[in-house]
Design a protein around this ligand. Structure first.
Ligand code: SF4
Ligand code: SF3
Length: 581
């Protein structure tokens, strides 16, 4: 086995990628990412020990958040960038370790594993006296304490990464819960980082994230304690999504119902992908009056519905479908593409021709692409992309018309009276929450067919890139209410929960599960894992997750989710429709 990763829905054979990632991740990248997560656990353990005992600068927490985000599926394929983050984490561990010693703090046993290791691999002094430092001496039985583990070269990092990956935890139920929490935290990192880029922070969430991460290699934690930590991850997931929702809407206004152009204009264009609205704002500002248009791609589509972005004439609309179509669509787009987060597909074959047109920023990275950093005030200079675009042909039109967006909580609640009336009169019989992710496997056709076959008295509530499976179908409306209400990006799933809670209140129901709402969610990467945990925290039962249940759920953990929360998966469209209706 040259690697092991099972964090996304496309993992090989729904078991695990062991030779190379289906996503394109090489074994080297996979091991470097494992090491980066390990470093994040170590920095987190130190943050935890020192919290309340000394002033901790925010950069440590931010580094942890960025490390998690870097390892989300399809975020970063650039080994050099990952190694740079490992080195940074390593330096933080060293700095925090020295602080712990200075303050004479005894390291709790549960963290010894990380922290012994830090000393062991960072000490330039072979005669270091671990006892004197209040740390037990390295233990021969612990492979992590191998003196050869160091970060001086890529090879040594990879060698170390191999020892700290997922399979290090032998018990499959413990491993399953640890990874479920890890992936939830990865999802959370994305949401808090986007909020942070807009100046919205919540130290309670950061504290939780480092506490949870540091507990993940604590062998004394019982299964019940890990289950409790899993649910707590969902609780903070709701807070993280609320934080980002507040950041987005207070900065750019509440999304409003909008017809988004999916055709093209005559100017050269820049395509912006990913989820970061601050980057879009800066790009729109800098392209104003340059003769270059900006198009959104995949998860950036919902940006077209924010009042602040609608004001820009140079925002031309959305180009293409969900992320996995990019290897074709970037060729016909002709201009440069900026990734502000996942999902990147490493270009191969004919698609390699556009690698020099790819730019990344934030935690996104791809070998061969140019990376744009922010300055100390958070400003980014996109002039290189704009100059690049000017030399490119305008995009080739691949479709025409519009798609409807902008139905986040504020817009839905603005038509709440109409919706309630339609439910009371029987014009709307059921809501189907079909948010989440899209991906390339054939079995995802299920979601298109499911949307098509839903009776005309049902409404789809969606968020995330899952919508591209059905948002261009003509599904009509019910008394002026579109049958597909798109709340926005995956993080805007929060909007759908807000709407559900509002409907519960309006209908005077004690239990949210008595609402006529079915949850049939498509998942792919770790943000969707956090959305699931958030829904469980909100007490929402019978969530269906497809097209398959996560490979990282062991049979016992799956049983807990089935018995306690009624979590299930999908079968075929007709049987599921019969069941749900
Ligand atoms: Fe495989 Fe998904 Fe991991 Fe990529 S992210 S290596 S496809 S499990
Ligand atoms: Fe999509 Fe990657 Fe999940 Fe944000 S962009 S929902 S998959």
């Amino acid at each position: 086995m040259s690697m092991f990763c099972y964090q996304c829905q496309e993992t090989a054979m729904n078991k695990g990628c062991t030779i190379r990632g289906v996503c394109g991740k090489t074994p080297e990248t996979a091991k470097l990412q494992d090491l980066l997560i390990y470093m994040a656990k170590g920095v987190s353990a130190y943050c935890n020990i020192l919290e309340g005992k000394t002033e901790l600068s925010g950069d440590k927490y931010k580094w942890v958040i960025n490390a998690l985000f870097t390892t989300i599926t399809n975020s970063n394929f650039d080994d050099e960038a990952i190694m740079a983050e490992i080195r940074k984490g390593h330096a933080y561990k060293k700095e925090l370790g020295v602080k712990v010693n200075e303050l004479g703090i005894t390291i709790p046993d549960k963290y010894l594993q990380f922290l012994q290791c830090t000393y062991h691999i960072t000490s330039e002094d072979d005669s270091i006296d671990f006892d004197e430092k209040g740390i037990s001496a390295p233990n021969e039985n612990n492979p992590l304490l191998d003196r050869a583990c160091n970060i001086s070269s890529k090879e040594s990092m990879i060698e170390f990464g191999e020892k700290v990956g997922v399979l290090r935890t032998e018990n499959e139920d413990i491993r399953s819960l640890r990874e479920l929490i890890t992936y939830g935290l990865k999802g959370m990192s994305a949401y808090v980082e986007h909020a942070m880029n807009l100046g919205s922070e919540n130290c309670k969430i950061y504290s939780f994230m480092t506490r949870a991460l540091a507990e993940l290699d604590n062998d004394t934690l019982s299964v019940d304690e890990l289950v409790a930590l899993t649910l707590e991850t969902g609780k903070y997931g709701v807070e993280a999504m609320a934080l980002l929702d507040g950041a987005n809407t207070s900065t750019y206004g509440n999304p409003e119902a909008t017809q988004v152009n999916i055709g093209v204009k005559n100017n050269p264009g820049i395509l912006i992908s990913g989820h970061d609205l601050k980057d879009l704002e800066q790009l729109l500002e800098q392209t104003k009056g340059t003769g270059v248009d900006v198009y959104t791609h995949s998860e950036m589509l919902p940006a077209n519905s924010y009042p602040a972005f609608k004001k820009y004439d140079n925002l031309a609309g959305n180009y293409g479908g969900s992320w996995w179509h990019q290897t074709k669509e970037f060729i016909s787009f002709n201009g440069p593409v900026l990734f502000t987060s996942n999902c990147i597909v490493p270009p191969r074959g004919q698609a390699s021709e556009y690698i020099d047109r790819i730019y990344t920023t934030n935690s996104a990275g791809l070998t061969g692409a140019k990376h744009i950093l922010k300055d100390k005030d958070g400003k980014k200079d996109f002039s290189a992309i704009i100059e690049h675009a000017k030399k490119c042909a305008s995009p080739i039109e691949i479709e025409t018309g519009t798609v409807t967006g902008g139905f986040a909580h504020n817009q839905i609640l603005a038509v709440a009276d109409k919706v309630v009336e339609a439910v009371k009169s029987g014009a709307i019989k059921k809501f189907f929450v079909m948010g989440g992710c899209d991906a390339r496997m054939q079995d995802r056709k299920y979601y298109t067919e499911f949307a098509e076959k839903l009776p005309k008295d049902t409404v789809i509530l969606t968020a995330g890139c899952a919508k591209f499976r059905y948002n261009k179908l003509d599904l009509g409306d019910i008394g002026g209410i579109p049958r597909v209400l798109d709340a926005g990006q995956c993080n805007d799933s929060y909007s759908l929960a807000v709407v559900a809670m509002k409907l519960q209140e309006v209908f005077g129901l004690d239990d949210i599960n008595d609402l006529p709402i079915v949850f049939n969610i498509g998942w792919y990467e770790q943000k969707a894992v956090l959305v699931l945990l958030a829904l469980l925290h909100l007490g929402i039962k019978n969530v269906h997750v497809g097209p398959t249940l996560p490979a990282f759920l062991s049979p016992n953990v799956t049983n807990v989710l089935v018995e306690k929360f009624g979590v299930g998966t999908i079968s075929d469209v007709d049987s599921d429709l019969a069941k749900f209706l």
